[in-house]
Design a binder for this molecule. Sequence first.
Ligand SMILES: [Zn+2]
Length: 330
Amino acid sequence: MKIQESCLLCGSGFLSERCTVPERACGKGESFKILACPSCGFMATSPQPEGPELAGYYPDGYAPHTASWRGPLFGGKPVRDALKREVFRLWYGYFGGPRGGALEALEKRALGPLRFIWLVPPDFTPGGRLLDVGCGAGEYLAFARDLGWSVVGLEAKAAAAEEARRTFGLDIRAGTLDSLTAADGPFDVVSLWHVLEHVADPDAALKSARRALKPGGYILAGVPNAGCWEAALLGSHWLQWDPPRHLWHFTPDTLAALARRCGLRVADWHTLPGSGDLVVSLQFALRDRGFSWAAALPGWGLLRLLLWPYGWLARARNAGGRLVARLEPL
Ligand SMILES: [Zn+2]
């Protein structure tokens, strides 16, 4: 285990303790500190397991490594499919792209919030090539392929890679991003969905992703937003601290600072709504206080629905629990 003594982002030698969070997946009764840098705000889990020790904290059945497919791009529900088609046409250029005009501009604005419901696609790029790093069971790759992208996935966990191959017939590789880029690159888009918080060296990961880009290419990155309202409200109970699997904890500002260090700029970013994370965090709060029976009561699904407006309000104030950014080379 490695104790964090200085800030990965700015090098400051002083870190203050934000909270102590129990490990919740392996059941060994361990807990980890979340440390924050007073200078730049970057947060780290401490201590951090390394190498095979870190791999041991990913139990079989770890959710992102198992298929959680939301179904095909268009699922046969006429209204939902029509709305999705319009959002992807107007906002991302698919299906012929925007045709222009004042009415269409109004339609685009009206449909805008629906962008935050579905997986975030890259902009339409004829003949585009996409690399998804840490692709897990392949959900995002299958989604991009259905939108016409030529896709390659990179996944270290053999069981997840095998599931992605078996379920979707995808091209999934092991190895490192740099070795793959040399053989198959470059790419129009490199996606890093919930990767940067898991890797020992997020700086190196972003730099490698940048090297994998074609001129004009960009990175799509998603991380938990440690600057969200529920992290502030629920402290150590927020589920996205998830130590020690989450080694680093980003906010919009610290993700932008890391990007700058890697020769990238945040061209666009937003947070996502979602009451599910809040509900699970509330259950953790009850369990942590010894009220496991309350967390096991029925009705949490209803609470999730009732809290739906909270998620959208947080999103509107850029304080949603998950952060999505488009990073372009400087
Ligand atoms: Zn710092």
